[in-house]
Structures are given as structure tokens and as C-alpha cells.
Design a protein around this ligand. Structure first.
Ligand code: ADP
Ligand code: MG
Length: 267
């Protein structure tokens, strides 16, 4: 073995032995007679982007909802940083640093970007026993964070209702990063976005990843998936059909997995 390949091997093994940020083990979920998820297992590591792919009804959103505490699994176990956890609500998920970022569901439309950024975490100081907002500090911090993550908003004093879907998503994602988020879940984040906004969104995922944050992204667009994903997880009828490093597969193979042309393979 040359010294080069030995070095490669050690990098390889160190990444393999690291504890996953999140481990999903044998998760099942049923809605009446529908088996939405059956014995689903996969890991996600810090700074990794996993594309969760599958046809309509494959169980993608159900899985995301279980991870984010919106739905409870019938069976299976979730581990966070190696520890077994039970995520009973979105606020419990949030406390762990796990959040689903939607376009605007958690933003207040009739207040500005700064207010949204600091919602519930406002900076205040005491003046004669009254709490006074530190507006300039909050403005500066908002500008800085949005700048760092490369989000362009014309004015952070604009009410969110006047911003585009892409800008709203970017604000949510920046806010998530700034307040210590560890795993962000994106369920078809580009579905309502135009071409340019989608490109920005994909760039944003890259930047979030660079900060060591893990990303699970659901998309129907193979080009988008392969542009950002380190690994792809393919679901079909609630089962994991394949887990592949993105470099070891291609859109054609994934489409054949999704449609069932390729039967279940090593997961
Ligand atoms: N709340 C629910 N009640 C009943 N059935 C549901 C519910 N949510 C999802 N399902 C069913 O579970 C399956 C998986 O749905 P979903 O996770 O939304 O799929 P995907 O996001 O991959 O399109 C589908 O058959 C869907 O109809
Ligand atoms: Mg869905």
C-alpha cells in the first residue's frame, strides 16, 4: 500500500467510524391499512446532504414528519449523536437542533426580516426597569448572518409579505443556521420556486453543509438531487430500496429504483 492510499484509507475509516448525527433504525408507520413506512433505516452525518427520493406516496414526507416530531413512528428507534431519543413534538426536535424549513410557515408575514430573525429571542436592554429592544444590534446581526450565508434581501426592514418564496426560505434557513441548527429537513423546497431562486436555494444548501449542518432534501428533480447530494436514499412503497453515495450512482439508475424497474438491492 502506498503512503497515499494509506492516508486515503485512514480518512475513509475515520468518516465511517464517526457517530452519525442521526440514525433511523427500523422505523415503521401505518395509516390504517396503508404501510407508509416499513422498517426504514439510514444514517446521516454532520455536514452531509442526503437526498430522499421516491415517487408520490413513497413515504418521504411521513419520514420527515417523524424525524421532526410531527408524527410518531409505530416502531423503530431514532438515535441522535449516538443516543436513543424519542422526538414527541416539533419543539422537542427543535431543541435537538432538528427542524423542517418551509417557505413561510414559521415566518410572520406582517413584520420585517429582523423581527422574524429574532422572533422569541429579541435582544433587549433595561432602561429604568423597562425592556427596550436593541434594534440596531439586531439589525447588524441579521445583516451579518444573511451576508455570511449569501442571502440577498433588498432591505431587512421589509415586511416578509413583500419578499419572494425563495427569499423567505433563505431567511428561514439562515435563522436556523444562526441559532445552532444541526439537521435541516427540506420537503420539496424548490417546488414553488423559479429557476433563479432554485439555483440560489441549491447554493444555500451547499453553504449550510459547509458549516457542518446535515441536510435531508426531498426533491423530484434528479438534477437538483445530484447537484447537492452526498448520498441518495430511495424509498418505494414505504421501504428503502437503495442507499448510494451520489458518486456511485446516476439519475438513470435512481429513476429505475424509484419506478421499481430495479428490485430491492443492498440498502
Ligand atoms: N395523515 C395521513 N393519513 C392517512 N394516510 C396518510 C397520511 N399521510 C400520508 N398518508 C399515506 O401514506 C403514504 C405515504 O405518504 P407520504 O409520506 O406523504 O408520501 P410522499 O411524501 O413520498 O409522497 C401515502 O400512501 C399517503 O397517502
Ligand atoms: Mg411528500
Amino acid at each position: 500500500m502506498s503512503s497515499d492510499s494509506a492516508a486515503d484509507a485512514s480518512i475513509e475509516s475515520s468518516s465511517k467510524t464517526a457517530t452519525p448525527l442521526l440514525r433511523i433504525e427500523g422505523v415503521s408507520k401505518r395509516f390504517g391499512t396503508i404501510e407508509a413506512l416499513q422498517d426504514v433505516s439510514f444514517d446521516i452525518y454532520p455536514g452531509e446532504v442526503v437526498a430522499l427520493l421516491g415517487d408520490n406516496g413513497a413515504g418521504k414526507s411521513t419520514l420527515i414528519k417523524i424525524i421532526s416530531g410531527t408524527l410518531e413512528a409505530d416502531s423503530g428507534q431514532i438515535y441522535y449523536n449516538g443516543e436513543p431519543v424519542v422526538i414527541k413534538s416539533p419543539s422537542e426536535a427543535k431543541a435537538l437542533g432538528i427542524e423542517t424549513v418551509y417557505q413561510d410557515l414559521s415566518l410572520c408575514l406582517n413584520v420585517d426580516v429582523v423581527a422574524n430573525f429574532f422572533m422569541g429571542r429579541e435582544l433587549t436592554h433595561n432602561v429604568l426597569g423597562f425592556k427596550v429592544l436593541q434594534e440596531r444590534e439586531m439589525e447588524a446581526e441579521t445583516e451579518q448572518v444573511l451576508g455570511e450565508i449569501g442571502t440577498e434581501i433588498p432591505s431587512i426592514r421589509t415586511n416578509v409579505e413583500h419578499l419572494s418564496g425563495g427569499q423567505r426560505q433563505a431567511i428561514e434557513l439562515s435563522r436556523f443556521v444562526h441559532w445552532g441548527g444541526k439537521l435541516v429537513l427540506l420537503d420539496e423546497p424548490f417546488a414553488a420556486l423559479g429557476v433563479k431562486q432554485t439555483r440560489r436555494g441549491l447554493e444555500l444548501i451547499e453553504r449550510v453543509k459547509e458549516r457542518g449542518i446535515a441536510v435531508v432534501v426531498i426533491t423530484h428533480n434528479m438534477i437538483h438531487a445530484f447537484q447537492v447530494a452526498d448520498r441518495v436514499v430511495v424509498l418505494r412503497n414505504g421501504r428503502v430500496l437503495g442507499i448510494r453515495p451520489a458518486q456511485a450512482t446516476n439519475p438513470e439508475e435512481v429513476v429505475r429504483l424509484i419506478t421499481g424497474e430495479i428490485a430491492r438491492q443492498s440498502a
